[in-house]
Design a protein around this ligand. Structure first.
Ligand SMILES: NC(=O)C1=CN([C@@H]2O[C@H](COP(=O)(O)OP(=O)(O)OC[C@H]3O[C@@H](n4cnc5c(N)ncnc54)[C@H](O)[C@@H]3O)[C@@H](O)[C@H]2O)C=CC1
Ligand SMILES: CC(C)CC(=O)C(=O)O
Ligand SMILES: [Mg+2]
Length: 369
């Protein structure tokens, strides 16, 4: 298999370019150490693209992504663009269309609280005696974010807003298969999250998940309503192994999982399509959080979610597993040495508060060893 790869880099808005700079430094070192090449093309996306060329997803960007092996994405959006018509905003005009265009239906979000970060987690440490390690498998190209009709209109002097939640059985089945397969490689426990006491979508979701479970008899399947799941994640975080859920619920629960892990700045993600013949995927890799306008431009954002997203890209799209493992080890080493960006810093003994750049440099140094 060729070890000359190519990726599209879409840094986007807010902290996107700041944390992307760190991931690119890490990529340079990974290439040198493990003897492969990654051609990179930087493209406009989101608010940055609106400002430069007037639209959030320029055709040039799509074309570069189509030719690449994978997309490394930062984040898009921010107050500057939130009064544009919804379809022209960075999120609905770029991020969601990229996910749909490339058929990236499987969003993997590994929430892991590293042992050294246990006290940065807002949950009581006795609830995560052996840490927190949960994989959220979120359906990404269906559900209420994409269903039609969508919009607003006037009716009898009032204003009506409509979003439609639609799931086809085939869409539920394929994401459940991904989740069961992931569970087989882990602790073989899967919780499916829905709202089957209210929603037709969720009734179909639950039925389908049970059908798929017949092909994975070793996996212990259970079901939670989403409100209870949000509560149980806080009450007994260590009881979870893999979660599978729809687009909206996965969006919300994965932020909660990130916080249990210590910070939203720790949670990477892979958005994958179908597996190709060589066992790899075309995918887009991005932090689970957004553009964090409240801290953008200050050089204090945590770059780890972006760097771990790069590691997922190397593993799932390029097959560079050794480099992916080494990046994860380098992140752990930087955290073990006590370095903390502001979001993780608690003031405990042995912690040193560092900038985005300093955290990136520490991970680069650990990777060079
Ligand atoms: N994939 C994407 O591009 C996403 C974009 N967004 C967009 O981002 C913008 C801001 O959204 P918010 O709701 O504020 O969510 P957000 O995820 O950007 O920020 C939520 C909180 O987490 C913190 N945070 C996030 N990432 C961090 C990091 N790496 N290091 C340290 N702290 C971090 C932020 O400072 C903020 O306090 C909006 O325009 C939203 O639509 C939101 C989520 C995903
Ligand atoms: C525009 C949103 C759907 C992005 C988001 O919050 C996410 O994917 O987690
Ligand atoms: Mg989200």
């Amino acid at each position: 298999m060729s070890r000359n790869h190519s990726i599209a880099i879409l840094a986007g808005d807010g902290i996107g370019p700041e944390v992307m700079k760190q991931a690119v430094k890490v990529l340079d070192v990974a290439c040198a150490r493990f003897g492969f090449t990654v051609e990179r093309e930087h493209c406009l996306v989101g608010g940055a693209a609106i400002d430069a060329v007037g639209c959030p997803l320029p055709q040039d960007t799509v074309q570069v992504c189509e030719k690449a092996d994978a997309i490394l994405f930062g984040s898009v959006g921010g107050p500057k663009w939130e009064n544009l018509p919804p379809d022209e905003q960075p999120e609905r005009g770029a991020l969601l269309p990229i996910r749909k265009h490339f058929g990236l239906f499987a969003n993997l979000r590994p929430g892991v609280c590293l042992p050294a970060l246990k006290h940065a987690s807002p949950v009581k440490n006795e609830l995560i005696p052996n840490g927190f390690d949960v994989l959220c498998v979120r359906e990404l190209t269906g559900g209420i974010y994409f269903g039609q009709p969508k919009g607003r209109h006037e009716e009898n002097g009032d204003i009506v807003a409509i979003d439609t939640m639609v799931y086809k059985k085939s869409e539920i089945e394929r994401i459940c298969r991904i989740a069961f397969t992931a569970a087989m490689a882990r602790d073989k426990r899967l919780v499916s999250v829905d709202k089957a006491n209210v929603l037709q979508n969720s009734i179909l979701w639950r039925e389908t998940c049970i059908e798929v479970s017949k092909d994975f008899p070793e996996v212990e399947l259970s079901h939670l309503y989403v409100d209870n799941a949000a509560m149980q994640l806080i009450k007994q975080p260590a009881s979870f192994d893999v979660l599978v859920t729809g687009n909206l619920f996965g969006d919300i629960l994965s932020d909660e999982m990130a916080m249990i892990s210590g910070s939203l700045g720790m949670l990477p993600s892979a958005s994958l399509g179908e597996q190709n013949d060589n066992g790899l995927y075309f995918g887009m890799y991005e932090p689970s959080g957004g553009s964090a306008p409240d801290i953008a431009g200050q050089g204090i954002a945590n770059p780890i979610a972006q760097i771990l997203s790069l590691s997922m890209l190397l593993r799932y799209s390029l097959g560079e597993n050794e480099a992916a493992d080494a990046i994860e080890a380098a992140v752990n080493a930087a955290i073990d040495s006590g370095l903390r960006t502001g979001d993780l810093y608690t003031g405990a003994d042995g912690e040193t508060k560092v900038s985005t750049d300093e955290m990136g440099d520490a991970i680069v140094t650990a990777l060079q060893v």
